[in-house]
Design a protein around this ligand. Structure first.
Ligand SMILES: NC(=O)C1=CN([C@@H]2O[C@H](COP(=O)(O)OP(=O)(O)OC[C@H]3O[C@@H](n4cnc5c(N)ncnc54)[C@H](O)[C@@H]3O)[C@@H](O)[C@H]2O)C=CC1
Ligand SMILES: CC(=O)C(=O)O
Ligand SMILES: [Mg+2]
Length: 371
């Protein structure tokens, strides 16, 4: 199969969808791999390493896209990338469609088969292709939050761990999944007072057991969120309803209850964000103030630590990439219902219920397409 890996073009996105190790694996299986020249540079994977792995380098981006049967990316396609996609091609990448109607319509119009990393499932009920980047983003959320609490960033001037004689900061993490656990763990490590809110009792049990009560676990209700808003210096938004737009859990009105200079880090921004006042920002200009509250809403946080993130992401995606390349999308998805859960769009139709619901569209059951 002809496989292409374009250079990512989102703001400060340095990840690449395939490492030289992955390229070697695919070439060894008899596939032709084209890497856009420079695609791996930002992650420390140089053109020469891809060439040594047997991949073909192509400087012309139009050719990279037009000659491919399977396109591997990291971030959701930007407008100029959607325009390059055509019927008969398969795209495998993060899509986050429920937050992006224009992108959804554009991909439908392309006629391509679009498989999203973030909705592929596993036997344990997890999201194996989201989890590695959620681990990265969760860990980064506390670094970003701590920095944002500094005066120069508009923050209250609070040091997360405090000092002897001055109490540590209070951190709340809303959503105790992969992002939430990693954020809470980092905040604990820095000496903050940490509370995790989740609507899943089994998840709260796991966290309580794993951290032996060192982080408080609270069932997530409107009252519990009100309390966190009044008390905390830093709140991390980490909720997810797979494939769906994030619920808005903190409204603009509630910001008035927060201490001035408190910080909201909305990691769920890629699914539209879980705070009413969140809007996606970039690594170039990551924060803004609303009513004296600092908002950090970068939708591609792991892109900033591209070396670590690329390795973690491709470790997880590689078996799925190999299946797509060896068998074609139809057979690969037919053989694995967890992989089939990744299909979001095929031939102009939405194949993921939560995405269809977000925009009032009809959804087609992916199982009916791959039989
Ligand atoms: N901004 C970025 O760069 C990145 C963003 N993300 C995003 O972070 C979000 C979280 O991802 P994961 O942690 O992997 O998901 P996850 O599925 O592991 O965890 C989500 C948690 O939210 C909980 N939840 C759902 N509704 C809730 C509510 N109303 N109150 C409290 N908890 C609630 C669920 O029970 C679950 O435990 C996703 O939107 C993901 O796409 C992930 C990686 C990078
Ligand atoms: C999951 C996601 O949005 C990212 O890694 O950028
Ligand atoms: Mg986006």
């Amino acid at each position: 199969m002809q496989i292409a890996v374009p250079k990512e073009i989102k703001n400060h996105e340095y990840r690449v969808a395939l490492t030289p190790t992955g390229a070697r694996e695919l070439v060894g299986r008899g596939h032709r791999v084209t890497i856009q020249a420079g695609a791996g540079e930002g992650a420390g994977f140089h053109d020469a390493a891809y060439e040594a792995a047997g991949a073909h380098l192509e400087a012309d981006v139009a050719k990279v896209w037009s000659e491919a049967e399977l396109i591997l990316k990291v971030k959701e396609p930007q407008a100029e990338e959607v325009a390059r996609l055509s019927a008969g091609q398969t795209l495998f990448t993060y899509l986050h469609l429920a937050a992006e109607q224009t992108l959804t319509r554009g991909l439908m119009k392309s006629g391509a088969t679009c498989i999203a990393y973030e909705t592929v499932t596993d036997r344990q009920g997890g999201l194996p292709l989201l989890a590695p980047m959620s681990t990265v983003a969760g860990r980064m959320a506390v670094q970003a939050g701590a920095h944002s609490l500094e005066k120069a960033q508009g923050g209250a001037g609070v040091l997360l761990p405090g000092v002897p004689g001055v109490a540590p900061a209070k951190v709340a993490v809303i959503g105790g999944g992969v992002v939430g656990e990693n954020a809470a763990r980092m905040a604990l490590g820095l000496g903050a007072e940490v509370t995790v809110l989740d609507t899943s009792i089994p998840r709260l049990e796991t966290l309580d057991d794993r951290y032996q009560g060192r982080m408080k676990t609270v069932f997530s209700t409107a009252d519990a969120i009100d309390e966190a808003v009044r008390e905390c210096d830093l709140i991390v938004g980490a909720v997810l309803i797979p494939g769906a737009a994030a619920p808005k859990l903190i409204t603009r009105e509630m910001l008035a209850e927060m201490k001035p200079g408190s910080v909201l880090v909305d990691v769920a921004i890629d699914q539209g964000g879980c705070f009413e006042t969140s809007r996606a920002t970039t690594h170039t200009d990551p924060t803004y103030l609303v009513d004296g509250i600092v908002h950090y809403c970068v939708a591609n946080m792991p892109g900033a630590v591209a070396r670590t993130s690329t390795q973690a992401l491709t470790n997880a995606t590689m078996p799925f990439v190999a299946a797509l390349a060896d068998k074609g999308w139809k057979q690969a998805l037919a053989d694995d219902p967890h992989f089939a859960a990744g299909l979001n769009i095929h031939d102009g139709r939405v194949t993921y219920q939560a995405v269809a619901d977000a925009f009032g569209l009809e959804s087609v059951d992916p199982a009916s397409l791959v039989k």
